[in-house]
Design a protein around this ligand. Structure first.
Ligand code: PLP
Length: 516
């Protein structure tokens, strides 16, 4: 029996299987899909995963979630997802330090960001799901994936969906709000089925524009009538993005136990640099499945809406400025996946969730009830790190341990130091340092965040700056996909306005010109 997916706001008449939750992305009525059943694994089964290659661990967990595809098909897809597209057989190795700090390096995929962990996997399952629905006569159309990105998701999604059959992808990023490297990674993307737009606004504007397009029924009808295309999402609200992230927390525990870094059954804390709440939510699901994770440490940068929420029970963006920090993938005010977490913590009370989400859209804030707050506090602790401290952390960890952190991972490192107790801590390392050259350079040179780089460094491209940093810091080698960016032609240069009208017009344009 396949697991069924229900929605967080209780507005869908019936549940759907995994394959449909994946191709739809967002549930009808604006809620998010969650699995009806969360499988529980005994400890020996969790620890037993360590003897298998990563793809097999992922397949085992998908089977436990009763994904509605044949087992052999799941194996095939996982082998393709976690193979030579990663630069190490371990897929996500753990760098361990002798004081019980372990950094899970989630950036060994083709775009050097942790988003690859999900986005090398989701597109394969998306295609397989679309094929299955077509074979069963449920659909006779193709898909357009519309993605809002604060930088990393965009490239990882483009790379994942490029050249996949029956699907096109268009990405919106905040123009001027991503690094030189991130921009070039997206603008040089190859493949006939891809499109990239800069948007005059910040990430929340991008995300809001995409959400508005998704909620526009007339637009959906027009896409279907004129292009035989349905919209879908590869944002972290897609359950097909979340499940691959659950895998690496279960897998990491098994690996730490197998390596003797902890005894099987010992508690482990996890510290995650958090933006949209997807990565840390995946750790919570891993815990629900029986992984001995004790506390989830949620690390925020100066956009500390989540830290304040976890410490007060009030989510409030009514009077909160949006701050640009050295960790742009965490510069987020509306943290979409929190909705799933609250759904789970309320014992799946969809009317409470619908109410809070209505409060959030009409009053820009909501307050959870005391019982839910107590449950939140039982699992989570949180703190925020200002930009200067983030950069100091990079310098200090490099000096003391010879390990170079990117600014996102540095935020988590600092929060782990502040909030950790006796337990070993697994820090989610979410990007290779070379994706954020400017701020890593500032950090190592002791330059203030936001201050201009010295002229000799400011002249350099991101790639050139990376080479300079790598030489001076004797840091881990620059991944190939980043090292060669300056030599690739820029394919995409359009900048559009935020909002439904502009995004819909651009989308129709793309579909008219692109018959992939
Ligand atoms: C996306 C991202 C994050 C935040 O992850 P969420 O799942 O959105 O909380 C942190 N660091 C990096 C480098 C990212 O790309």
């Amino acid at each position: 029996m396949a697991n069924a997916y229900i929605d967080t706001r209780g507005r869908m008449p019936r549940s759907v299987p995994f394959t449909q939750a994946v191709v739809r992305g967002l549930a009808d009525g604006g809620g998010l899909f969650v699995p009806e059943r969360i499988p529980r694994l005994p400890l020996d089964e969790i620890c037993g995963l360590a003897k298998f290659p990563y793809w097999q661990r992922a397949a085992a967990i998908y089977r436990k979630f009763e994904v509605d595809l044949p087992g052999e098909r799941i194996d095939e897809l996982m082998q393709a997802a976690y193979g030579e597209n990663f630069d190490t057989e371990d897929i996500c190795p753990i760098a361990s330090f002798d004081d019980g700090i372990h950094v899970l390096e989630l950036w060994h995929g083709p775009t050097s960001a942790f988003k690859d962990m999900a986005l090398q996997c989701l597109p394969l399952f998306f295609s397989a799901s679309a094929v299955k629905m077509r074979d069963e006569g449920e659909i006779d159309h193709t898909f357009l994936i519309l993605v809002a990105t604060s930088g990393d998701t965009g490239k990882a999604a483009l790379e994942g969906f490029a050249r996949k059959e029956g699907v096109r992808i268009a990405v919106l990023y905040p123009d001027g709000g991503v690094s030189d490297i991130q921009h070039k990674q997206m603008a040089t993307q190859t493949g006939g089925n891809v499109m990239v737009w800069g948007v005059r606004g910040n990430f929340d504007d991008c995300q809001a524009s995409v959400k508005q397009a998704f909620n526009d029924k007339e637009f959906a009808q027009r896409l279907m009538d004129e292009h035989k295309v349905a919209l879908s999402s590869a944002n972290s609200i897609n359950w097909g993005r979340l499940l691959p992230q659950v895998v690496y927390y279960v897998s990491s525990y098994a690996e730490l136990a197998a390596a003797g870094k902890l005894a099987a059954g010992d508690p482990l804390d996890v510290c995650v640099p958090t933006g949209n709440f997807g990565n840390i939510l995946a750790a919570w699901y891993a815990k629900q499945m029986g992984t001995p994770i004790e506390r989830l440490l949620c690390a925020s940068n100066e956009n500390r809406v989540l830290a304040d929420f976890i410490n007060t029970g009030t989510y409030d963006i009514s009077d909160r400025p949006f701050v640009l920090t050295p960790s742009p993938s965490m510069d987020i005010l509306v943290s979409s996946n929190l909705e799933r977490q609250l759904f789970e913590l309320t014992g799946r009370d969809s009317s409470a969730i619908a109410g809070w989400m209505d409060d959030l859209s009409s009053h820009r804030k909501f307050r959870i009830d005391p019982a839910t707050f107590a449950k939140l506090r039982a699992d989570f602790a949180s703190d925020s790190v200002d930009s200067a401290t983030c950069l100091r952390t990079i310098k200090q960890v490099h000096e003391e341990r010879g390990y170079l952190l990117d600014p996102h991972t540095a935020v988590a490192w600092e929060v782990a130091q502040r909030l950790r107790g006796e337990n070993p801590v697994l820090i989610a390392g979410t990007a290779h340092w070379a994706k954020f050259a400017n701020n890593v350079y500032r950090a190592l040179q002791g330059i203030d965040p936001g201050a201009p780089l010295p002229e000799d460094a400011a002249r350099l491209t991101g790639c050139q700056l990376n080479r300079r940093i790598a030489e001076a810091a004797q840091a881990s080698p620059i991944p190939l996909g980043l090292a060669e960016l300056d030599d690739k032609p820029l394919r995409f240069t359009s900048v559009i306005d935020p909002g439904k009208t502009s995004v819909e017009a651009s989308t129709l344009n793309f579909l008219s010109e692109n018959h992939a």
